[in-house]
Every structure is written in structure tokens, then in C-alpha cells.
Design a protein around this ligand. Structure first.
Ligand code: GLN
Length: 313
């Protein structure tokens, strides 16, 4: 369990919600037009433990698009398919220190893609998926994410259509990667699959469950299904720690000591290995693309619970 004292945990979650609900800084991402329509006041926090206990406060049943959080789970699929070394050989594991959709990073990084958690790296990761057709690959992605959540997830079509109509930058990134020889399939198909995976909907409880699957060595705490190879989990978490919060990853790691991943839809999930996951959602994001309230809430909770993974106690 994240904290043996469940009453205290509930109180800490309530305090976090109350403390940061008043924070109206940042604004919902609007470069994907559909995201700008979401109620900016929504705010939910949820902890799911490795033994399947759920602690929730706020709007935890509102479904939002997971956006970049999808990148972690497609990475998990590819690592299971191709092994750990292929991630280094074909993708890389270096933080870029630049925004998630940076083209400059592609020009500067020796592996071009940087790491699987920025757009370039995620599109390259998605292009590695095995499958006969795009449809088959898409079904495989959705089934895998659903198994991680222990719940059937679906695509939010309005978000998908909105992003598909405006994702010229990601298309350019895929073409540039192709020119550098690190796009492993048709770039248009890879971007389309990537856009679909970003548009998968989850609520805060489902997101926390997806995180808890990583905390529990790859086994979903509700279904008991082993979804991600336990050997791969520490490597996935390492990449999350160094790259999961974009160009804020170093500061995030300094503050919380927790591997985490954010999405511009306003969700963030942080993993406490062997214990559980904390997910939070609120649509207003900062300049890096991280939800303001979600990051503050998770940082507060992790401090109160003293769950920095580098803390030896
Ligand atoms: N779908 C978004 C994009 O490609 C994901 C970015 C994010 O969540 N940071 O721009």
C-alpha cells in the first residue's frame, strides 16, 4: 500500500484537492482545438494501490484524453515485442531538455528520436508495432491499454478528429525521422496511430489503475493479469523519471523522486514502485504542457507520504 494508514491517506488527498483547487494558473492546451473546450475547473485525484485499494477525491469519473501518457504504454508494448536493447538501438533513452514537440531536438540528438516519451520518439516507437494492418495494430494498442487499466477503454473521437486535422507538426516530425532513417514504417500510418493512441479516453481512476499496473511489476491489481513483463518495468520507470515530464523532468524528479508521465489533456500519473500509483487530472497546463494542479497535488501528496524512491527509509 502507498501508506499503511488509509485514513491519513484519505485526508492527504482531500487536503491536496482543497489546497490546489483555488489555483487557476495555466490554461487548457488549445493547439488541439477540442482540448480547449474542456471545463478547466475539473479536478480529480486518485490513488490505486498494488493490492487494488482505491482512494479518490474530486472529478475522478470525468473521462479525458490521456494524450502523451499513452507513450509509456506503447513503449511497454514495443519493449515486450523487441526487447530492452532495441529501445536503445532504435529509439534512445536521453532526455532532450526541449519541449515535447521539438524539431530542434531531432537535429541535435545522436539517436534523432531522443527518447520514447517525446513526440518524435513516440511516433518512432509506434512505427515499430507489429501487425498486418493499421486496423490490427490499433486494436492491439487499445486492447493493451485496456488490460493495463483493467477496464475497457475507448477512443474519444472528437479529440482524435480535432488532432488529426491539426497535426501537421507531428507529420513533419515523422517525415524528418524518415529522412534520418529512424521511421520504421509508413510515417503517415505511424502518425495516425499515434494520434489515435493520444485520443484514448480514461478517467482519473482508470489512469491510476494503469499506473498501479506499473507499480505492481506489470500486473493489473484488479484483474490479476500480467500485462507488462516484470523485467521491463524498471526500465520503463527509469525513462519516465528522466523524460516523463518533458523539459521539466529534472525539476520534477528533484522535487518528488517519482517516475511520472503527463499529457496535455491534463492528466499526470506518478508511480510508487511496489506500492501504487497517484493519478491527478485538471485541464490547465503550464508552458511545459504539464497540468498545474495535477503536478502540485502529486508533489504535495508525495511529500506528505515521504515516498521519494531515493528516500532509504
Ligand atoms: N497528442 C499530443 C501531441 O502530439 C500529445 C502531446 C502531449 O500530451 N504533450 O502534440
Amino acid at each position: 500500500p502507498v501508506a499503511p494508514d488509509y485514513e491519513r491517506l484519505e485526508q492527504i488527498l482531500k487536503d491536496a484537492h482543497q489546497k490546489f483547487a483555488a489555483d487557476k494558473s495555466g490554461s487548457p492546451a488549445d493547439y488541439i482545438p477540442e482540448l480547449a473546450k474542456v471545463d478547466p475547473e475539473l479536478f480529480g485525484i486518485c490513488v490505486v494501490t498494488v493490492d487494488g485499494k482505491v482512494f479518490s477525491v474530486g472529478d475522478v469519473n470525468h473521462t479525458f484524453s490521456i494524450q502523451s501518457i499513452s507513450k509509456v504504454y506503447t513503449l511497454a508494448m514495443i519493449m515486450d515485442q523487441m526487447g530492452q536493447q532495441a529501445i536503445l538501438d532504435k529509439l534512445g533513452a536521453e532526455p532532450t531538455g526541449l519541449p515535447f514537440n521539438s524539431v530542434t531536438a531531432i537535429e541535435q540528438q545522436p539517436t534523432r528520436v531522443g527518447n520514447p516519451l517525446v513526440n518524435a520518439g513516440a511516433i518512432a516507437t509506434t512505427s515499430l508495432l507489429d501487425g498486418e494492418s493499421e486496423k490490427e495494430k490499433w486494436e492491439e494498442i487499445l486492447a493493451f491499454y485496456s488490460a493495463c487499466a483493467g477496464n475497457e477503454l475507448t477512443i474519444l473521437n472528437d479529440v482524435y478528429e480535432s488532432e488529426a486535422a491539426t497535426n501537421g507538426r507531428n507529420q513533419a516530425i515523422a517525415r524528418l525521422l524518415q529522412a534520418y532513417g529512424v521511421m520504421y514504417n509508413d510515417p503517415e500510418e505511424a502518425v495516425d496511430l499515434y494520434t489515435k493512441q493520444c485520443s484514448v479516453g480514461a478517467n482519473t481512476e482508470q489512469l491510476a489503475a494503469m499506473g498501479a499496473t506499473l507499480a505492481a511489476d506489470g500486473t493489473n491489481p484488479f484483474t490479476g493479469e500480467n500485462v507488462i513483463s516484470p523485467d521491463n518495468v524498471p526500465h520503463i520507470l527509469s525513462i519516465m523519471l528522466s523524460c516523463g515530464m518533458y523539459d521539466y523532468s529534472g525539476t520534477w524528479s528533484y522535487i518528488t523522486g517519482l517516475p511520472a508521465k503527463s499529457g496535455v489533456g491534463g492528466g499526470i500519473v506518478a508511480i510508487v514502485p511496489g506500492k501504487g500509483a497517484i493519478a491527478a487530472f485538471s485541464p490547465r497546463v503550464d508552458a511545459a504542457g504539464n497540468s498545474v494542479r495535477a503536478q502540485k497535488a502529486i508533489a504535495y501528496i508525495s511529500k506528505q507520504l515521504q515516498i521519494n524512491i531515493f528516500d532509504p527509509q
